[in-house]
Ligand binder design. Structure first.
Ligand code: SF4
Length: 204
């Protein structure tokens, strides 16, 4: 279930994510993080920059911290995996209409990128991940994760999605004993969503 609110963190300074990593460290040390979340929201003027209200901003930030924590705890196991998949959100395609030349494979289900636009974020992610040996899926929705993982067996999976979907996918991976890594969408919505390609490259 995606968020009920729209956010865009793509213009927030990168230092914000260093702070998120620090809070995640505090959480791993079992320290209280409530005050730290409020501080970072104030420091980076998240409410003003994104238009989110405080409770949605805290929700979003809590999910980012949880994601960072899970990535840290799973990293060693993930690095030992051999057969890996990358799950991308279809809403990060450059085009959401028939200008996107991706073919949809109903039985998997996934879009298959036709590499029609060199500046398409999905095209770039698919190209680099396939070069590294990943099977790449461009998913029309979060429910496809378990369908695909029942069809094909993977040791490790990277997901690019919003925090809430990543949390749900993380539960599926845990049940199936698959090592996971997550890359958050920095801008959500039904179209033109955005993730940081550099962040993905570091995780691949
Ligand atoms: S590059 Fe791929 S995902 Fe992007 S618009 Fe073209 S076919 Fe669609």
């Amino acid at each position: 279930m995606p968020y009920k609110f729209i956010f865009d963190l793509s213009k927030i300074p990168h230092f914000f994510f260093t702070e998120v990593a620090k809070i995640s460290y505090e959480k791993r040390m079992h320290r209280r993080i409530g005050g730290a979340l409020q501080d970072i929201i104030k420091k980076f003027r998240i409410e003003e920059m994104t238009g989110l209200n405080l409770s949605d901003a805290i929700h979003l930030l809590e999910d980012l911290v949880d994601m960072e924590t899970r990535n840290f705890l799973e990293r060693k196991r993930f690095k030992k995996t051999r057969k890996r998949a990358l799950f991308l959100s279809h809403c990060s395609r450059k085009f959401m209409d028939n200008r996107c030349k991706a073919r949809f494979e109903q039985n998997i289900p996934t879009y298959v990128c036709a590499h029609c636009a060199s500046d398409c974020l999905i095209n770039k992610a698919v190209s680099v991940a396939e070069r590294k040996g990943y099977d790449v899926y461009i998913l029309p929705g979060g429910s496809c994760v378990s369908k695909i993982l029942k069809l094909k067996r993977y040791d490790g999976v990277i997901g690019v999605a919003c925090g809430e979907e990543l949390r749900l996918a993380g539960e599926v991976l845990s049940q199936m004993n698959i090592a996971g890594q997550a890359v958050p969408l920095l801008k959500n919505g039904c179209a033109n969503t955005f993730f940081n390609l550099e962040t993905l490259l570091k995780v691949l």
